[in-house]
Design a protein around this ligand. Sequence first.
Ligand code: UD1
Length: 426
Amino acid sequence: MKKLLITGGARLSGTVRIHGAKNSVLPVLAACCLCTSPCVLHNCPDIEDVRTALAILESLGCKTRREGSTLCIDASGLSKFRVEKRLAGKMRSSILFLGALLARCGKAELALPGGCPLGERPIDLHVKSLAKLGARFRFEKGILQAAWRERRDGDIFLSIPSVGATENLLLACALMNGTVTLHGAAREPEITDLIGFLRAAGADIRGAGSGDITIRGVKKLHGATYTILPDRIETATYLCMAAGCGGEVELQRCDGRLLAPVIERLREAGCEINCDGSEIALKSSGKLTAVSPVTTAPYPGFPTDAQAILMAAVLRAKGESVFQETVFERRFLHVPELQKLGADIVLSGKTARVRGVAHLHGAMLRAEDLRGAAALITAGLLAEGESEVLGLSHLARGYENLEQNLKNLGAAIKSVDIPAPFVYNT
Ligand code: UD1
């Protein structure tokens, strides 16, 4: 087990190449189950959640191979329909194999999904919507069992634009006789990417990027070659880090259009940001001003995944920045850790008020979730003196090469082993 040692205060300058989006590649890997000939996916990050998805595919009888950032998936031999607890429990996205296996095998068995502890995270919308389309569910000994009793088409209304439920419905309905229209579907770019892949594999889906998506089922999906879109949250992470620390960074192979609310706040804070095609250049003096209130919301609103990271960037900004979290119940787990650095944050229900302080000091910090981990590292980079960040297993689930990228930008950061007797819950 490792921890990160960070000596704050360095400006960040240089270039970072952004990886493919975690939240795109995971549903696309589940979608590969539907394809009866091999798929080639370019721009796939080498992160723990992707390794888990590949292990699930292998456990179902698929062949997988990585060549650099390209993944080759052959699901022609898929022969099993059960996702084991040891794999399902590692990440939230394992739930997407529900829709994928229902489509391919007509039945699915899954242990309940794991992932970041952001609150309840129920799957009632997934289950209710699939039940409306004719799936029958049983929950026994920790395993969710699903099978089609009959297949019905028609309209599905989602009461919340759930990303995961929309993805599961797309997967479950891509192969069928009949047409399903989703109303109130999630509009995240990663949904559009999943639809792009499914269409490349022969699916008939209209309405990507809107709340109304129509899926006309087809009999068969073939293999496809597809490039995963850039990770907008990884992009936001480096932008926030450089904004807070000061410096000049250029991010390559990313897409600023997917990040408008984050870029807007960083400009308000005093950063100069230029988006040009697949590059974003940011200049920051490191002396920021508070941003206008941030309320997290489904896309195209402010992404909940960037809330903690932007909060860390403005800890020293002049004035008060207010963050309201509306998507998840427990998405302020980073706040008590940031307070250890001397941050002035008042938490009340769904709202965190951050008043900028002149100085932050180093402290020992423990990450409890993936984006919280990125926020703690951001704050450690801003603080004077040395900080330690534990809980790196969360970080490994979603960021490739973060430590090396930060070193290349000039940060004083290194990972060290935690001596065995101290390895608790890291
Ligand atoms: C996905 C992303 C996650 C991001 C989130 C919101 C992946 C792997 N994860 O998570 O990074 O933070 O979208 O943009 O893509 N809900 C229900 N019942 C359900 C499903 C969801 O009540 O059946 C609620 C959730 O508790 C949450 C809200 O809906 O409050 C949004 O969740 P959802 O959009 O489903 O998020 P995920 O797909 O889990």
